[in-house]
Design a binder for this molecule. Structure first.
Ligand code: SF4
Ligand code: SF4
Ligand code: FES
Length: 237
């Protein structure tokens, strides 16, 4: 029987890697490996998942040094020499083992004004947004974010400056800046234009390279930079 040698992070920030041997299976994902360890080798292992099909964004971990969604990452694609090292996401506090505390990540979505601000009531007609308009296309290109935190864990600027809003919150802000139905454009641009906002991005593109949904937070952030500078020049901020 073919096996994988797997090292898994155990404990909190001062923890360390523990070794396990896991049977190799056809079409096995990294999440399958973690589940095998928890079910058959060590029931105290803490990890997080929900959908197993790339929808919920809860299963992201660091796999052989890179942030990935583990339910859609096949072992065959990442386990060179039948070895895996699985740890919690970087740039976030560790709760225990493979579970990180996502509060800061989502608090930053709120700081970037990531909430839709309606301008109509339920008694109004449905808004009609032209699918071919440039703003609608900008929204469509960025809207499929599942909040997995992979981009945030991959971003060097977050590591250097923990108050930086980060790629996911800024990507969300960009979808709302382009939403014709939203009424908080100026407040949102002001919220993302500060020192820890879009202008802190160094355009490294690690977020875009790693995003499992093939989104481009880098492009969204570039759009925010342009829009916030224009709004400032027009005296709107
Ligand atoms: S492009 Fe900007 S947000 Fe994305 S990883 Fe680089 S510095 Fe971070
Ligand atoms: S932008 Fe991509 S990597 Fe970042 S949270 Fe959304 S889906 Fe995950
Ligand atoms: S378990 Fe939902 S995205 Fe992986």
């Amino acid at each position: 029987m073919s096996v994988l040698e797997v090292k898994v992070w155990r404990g909190g920030a001062d923890g360390g890697y523990r070794a396990y041997t896991v049977p190799r299976e056809d079409a096995q994902t990294v999440l399958d490996v973690v589940t095998h360890i928890q079910r058959y080798l060590d029931p105290t292992l803490a990890y997080r998942f929900a959908c197993r099909v790339g929808m919920c964004g809860s299963c992201a971990m660091t796999v052989n040094g890179k942030a990935r969604w583990t339910c859609r990452t096949h072992v065959a694609a990442v386990a060179g020499n039948d070895r895996l090292e699985i740890g919690p996401l970087a740039n976030l506090p560790i709760v225990r083992d493979l579970v990180t505390d996502m509060r800061e990540f989502f608090d930053k979505w709120a700081r970037a004004r990531g909430q839709f601000q309606p301008t109509a009531t339920r008694r109004d007609e449905f808004a009609r947004v032209e699918p071919a308009s440039s703003t609608r296309r900008a929204v469509d290109a960025a809207i499929e974010c599942i909040g997995c935190g992979v981009c945030y864990a991959a971003c060097d600027v977050v590591a250097w400056n923990p108050s930086y809003l980060g790629p996911a919150a800024l990507n969300r802000a960009w979808t709302l800046v382009n939403d014709a139905r939203d009424g908080a454009r100026a407040e949102r641009l002001a919220a993302v234009a500060g020192d820890a906002g879009c202008h802190a991005c160094h355009t490294h593109e690690s977020c875009t390279e790693r995003c499992p949904k093939h989104l481009s937070p880098t492009a969204s952030i570039a759009g925010l930079k342009r829009a916030s500078v224009l709004a400032a020049l027009r005296g709107e901020l």
